[in-house]
Design a protein around this ligand. Structure first.
Ligand code: HEC
Ligand code: HEC
Length: 272
């Protein structure tokens, strides 16, 4: 206590009469207030200026093409944020979309927006908007631009993501890896090696059902061969079709039975 008193005295503070409690004089209070306000305003302005200076770089200003701008208008006009978050802003009904292009790939998103129910029949519903092709491209351009903004680590990647990659026990497949397009689009609906969706048939043994020509023809335009089929027409170059079909046919040389699927039970083998 004695030391306190001494320090207060030494620093030139005055005291309430007769009580020994140090306090600021009016002019000291004014200097204190004005000085403090000045210093912190300066720091605030400097940091604001620094942030503003970085925004064009962090947001890739130069990549805001007319498509990106139109996509943003569609995003706003159709209230996508009523269900989704973007940069963490919005509603929590549907997935966060900042990194959706990286996560799903453009061809998948295009198909999905054309007809969300086809990708996930009977599940939570995303609105079917009836956008035309250009509008969908604009939306994807906008989402792609969003995904490239430097958000300094947002949204965080799930820490276990790498451990969640399928291991040998979930897939029986040896042999060459699936083409990229197969993994991003086809596998949403088809299983191979026990991994994938169940909207279409598993494709492990499709080589027994269809010839190369039939496969190429089917994949090029399922709707023409079977109008109303749940398999949509998918934009692909002839090279991509060839690559996928060659790979599918190559599955005959690898393990034929998908691990995740039950072998159909007919007669017990003992009676055969
Ligand atoms: C009524 C709510 C709702 C609105 C509005 C909505 N969505 Fe969705 N969206 C969903 C739901 C639900 C899903 C998840 C589908 C599922 O998993 O079954 C989804 C999924 C998506 C996906 C795929 C995300 C992923 O990682 O699987 C994209 C892309 C997408 N929406 C884009 C949009 C765009 C663009 C708009 C605006 C034009 C929009 N959504 C408006 C409900 C909505
Ligand atoms: C939205 C879901 C969906 C997607 C995406 C999809 N398919 Fe299909 N696919 C189906 C359905 C459903 C069938 C069954 C066709 C029918 O009877 O209408 C099918 C049938 C097939 C068949 C014939 C299978 C057989 O047993 O004869 C092949 C081959 C095939 N798909 C390949 C592909 C390839 C390759 C891709 C990616 C480029 C793909 N599919 C993407 C849903 C899908």
């Amino acid at each position: 206590m004695g030391t306190c008193f001494y320090l207060a005295h030494a620093s030139g503070l005055s005291y309430l009469p007769n009580q020994g409690i140090p306090m600021l004089s009016k002019s000291q209070a004014r200097i204190f207030f004005l000085g403090g306000t000045g210093v912190f305003t300066a720091i605030f302005l400097a940091l604001t200026w620094d942030s503003m200076r970085q925004i064009p770089k962090l947001t890739n200003d130069d990549k805001i093409t007319p498509e990106v701008a139109r996509g943003k208008e569609l995003w706003e006009a159709n209230n996508c944020m009523g269900c989704h978050t973007l940069f963490g802003e919005g509603a929590y009904y549907a997935p966060e979309l900042t990194k959706v292009v990286e996560r799903r790939g453009k061809p998948w998103i295009k198909l999905f927006i054309q007809d969300p129910q086809k990708m996930f029949p009977g599940e939570r519903k995303m609105v079917k908007y009836n956008f035309d092709g250009r509008q969908i491209d604009d939306l994807i351009a906008f989402l792609e631009w969003c995904g490239e903004v430097d958000l300094q680590g947002f949204p965080p990647k799930p820490p276990l993501q790498n451990q969640l990659k399928p291991t040998a026990t979930t897939s029986d497949l040896s042999g060459p890896p699936a083409p990229e397009l197969f993994k991003t689009i086809c596998q949403a609906c088809h299983m191979v090696g026990g991994v994938g969706g169940v909207i279409g048939p598993a494709l492990d043994e499709v080589h027994k059902r269809k010839s190369k020509e039939e496969l190429l023809e089917w994949i090029a335009d399922p709707q023409r061969l079977k109008p109303g089929s749940a398999m949509p027409q998918i934009d692909m170059t002839p090279e991509q079709r060839e690559e996928i079909v060659t790979w599918l046919l190559g599955l005959s040389n690898t393990s034929p039975r998908p691990a995740g699927q039950l072998k159909p039970i007919s007669q017990p083998e003992i009676y055969e």
